[in-house]
Design a protein. Structure first.
Length: 290
């Protein structure tokens, strides 16, 4: 792994990067390279100092370059040069990278979602697809792991959306479905104005209920024979489940300057609990319950 991928991963204080600690060295390095790719394309979409068309062109360049990496060509971007070996070793398909970039491109064009179905397409592209790539690196026996990755990705992204309402509103984005806001009589202008209300809390609770269902589906779908192989994903589920419960404890008051996050001690405890549970043969996940 080059210094560039390592630097990108370490700089990100991401919960995803945290989960790599439970992986064997080779898989940890492969995941760090994959994460660096995801971080790079996401940062292109979020670079608001650049005009939209320039960001669109940069994402098109990333799509072309990663296709070269997948098809045995000569990619020019350093991260893709490094990713090429990971793609070959784990047989990562180009369609997943393309779908991920399509998800990132949605942030250039879409600032509102009408329904949960529309929102979940976005969540699939930016999160579930990362899960589908990740499980190929983790390795599995039962193909049901792919459906597990889709469910868990939806759960994690909906949790992210709940946590990041303030930051997204400051970018002019609202991810809560407009139909759900209307059902709870919350005007989009209230969210853009960072106005908390009991009505907003109820709308947020409906998004959280959707997330909880996906956590439950993921836990039920993960094949028993692949639980240990999915240890990093299970840690992610544990961390984000704890985050979701913290948001619930706050009654979804997410408009303050300090977003909900877990302390280092809490994360270390979850790492230990996840490792002990899976190596002790626990049949149930460390999320989706109280």
């Amino acid at each position: 792994m080059t210094d560039q991928s390592r630097t990108i991963t370490r700089k990100s204080a991401s919960n995803l990067a945290l989960a790599f600690v439970l992986l064997p060295k080779a898989k940890r390095q492969a995941m760090s390279v994959l994460y660096a790719f995801c971080r790079e394309v996401d940062d292109v979409a979020d670079e608001e100092t650049l005009p939209l068309e320039e960001r669109r062109a940069q994402l098109a360049a990333w799509r072309h370059d990663v296709r070269l990496a997948c098809e045995g060509g000569a990619p020019s971007f350093p991260v893709n040069q490094e990713l090429q070996a990971v793609i070959a070793q784990y047989r990562l398909p180009y369609r997943h990278f393309d779908e991920l970039i399509r998800g990132v491109e949605m942030d250039l064009d879409i600032q509102r979602y009408q329904t949960f179905a529309e929102l979940e397409q976005y969540c699939y592209r930016v999160a579930s697809v990362v899960g589908l790539l990740s499980v190929e690196i983790f390795g599995y026996q039962n193909p049901d792991c792919r459906q597990y990755a889709i469910y868990l990705g939806q759960a994690l992204q909906l949790t992210n959306i709940l946590r990041d309402v303030r930051n997204d509103a400051q970018r002019g984005r609202i991810y809560f479905p407009l139909a759900e806001l209307e059902r709870h009589e919350v005007a989009p202008a209230e969210i853009l104005g960072l106005a908390y209300s009991e009505r907003f809390a109820q709308a947020a609770a409906s998004v959280a209920a959707r997330a909880k269902n996906f956590y439950s589906l993921a836990g039920r779908t993960l094949p028993a024979e692949d639980r240990r192989a999915m240890i990093a994903a299970e840690l992610m589920g544990s961390v984000y489940w704890r985050l979701l419960r913290e948001l619930e404890r706050r009654r979804y008051d997410v408009f303050g300057p300090h977003p909900a996050r877990l302390s280092r001690a809490e994360k270390l405890l979850l790492i230990l609990r996840t490792w002990l549970r899976l190596n002790g043969g626990a049949a149930s996940p460390n999320y989706g319950t109280s």
